[in-house]
Design a protein around this ligand. Structure first.
Ligand code: FES
Ligand code: FES
Length: 163
């Protein structure tokens, strides 16, 4: 069985894994990172999105062995030092209802804002088109990402004063 060494949310893990084990199942079942849900297992919904070396990927479309030597960030790592501006904005703008899509939506939005810190609503919709939500109708998700984008562009001192 191949042995992998992977950095997940700032901690290093070494494990023997089946070659066919999907990254999402490794994260959830071996590491207990259940904040990353499985919505479909067929690479459609985006609920399982994580950052792999800083880029968003659907972790049900990646094998655990492909993460060997790489860096993974899940929603749990994002919130480790207190709520991220995206997490705050989704909460304050009601960007979720059941919450099933939310971890993937937030991670995908993070990658979108890294590439485009000031996206239009159309660019937000396009950037998140691989992530499906059955509840919200997307309006509040777009509003949440727009608000977080504004917060993330402001200097940290201003953000603290406003919170
Ligand atoms: S569980 Fe990965 S895309 Fe749906
Ligand atoms: S909030 Fe329920 S699927 Fe998006």
């Amino acid at each position: 069985m191949p042995r992998i060494r992977v950095e997940v949310d700032g901690a290093t893990y070494e494990d023997d894994v089946e070659p066919r084990l999907l990254l999402v199942h490794y994260l959830r079942e071996r590491l207990g990172k259940v904040g990353t849900p499985v919505g479909c297992d067929t690479t459609n919904c985006g609920a399982c999105t994580v950052l792999l070396d800083g880029l968003s990927v659907k972790s049900c479309s990646v094998l655990a062995v492909q993460a060997d030597g790489r860096d993974v960030t899940t929603i749990e790592g994002l919130g480790a030092g207190g709520p991220h501006p995206l997490q705050r904005a989704f909460h304050e703008e009601h960007g979720l209802q059941c919450g099933y899509c939310t971890p993937g939506m937030i991670i995908a939005a993070l990658d979108l804002l890294r590439e485009n810190p000031d996206p239009s609503d159309a660019e937000i919709r396009e950037g998140l088109e691989g992530n499906l939500c059955r509840c919200t109708g997307y309006q509040n998700i777009v509003r949440s990402v727009r608000r977080a984008a504004g917060d993330m562009r402001r200097p940290a001192q201003e953000q603290e004063a406003a919170s």
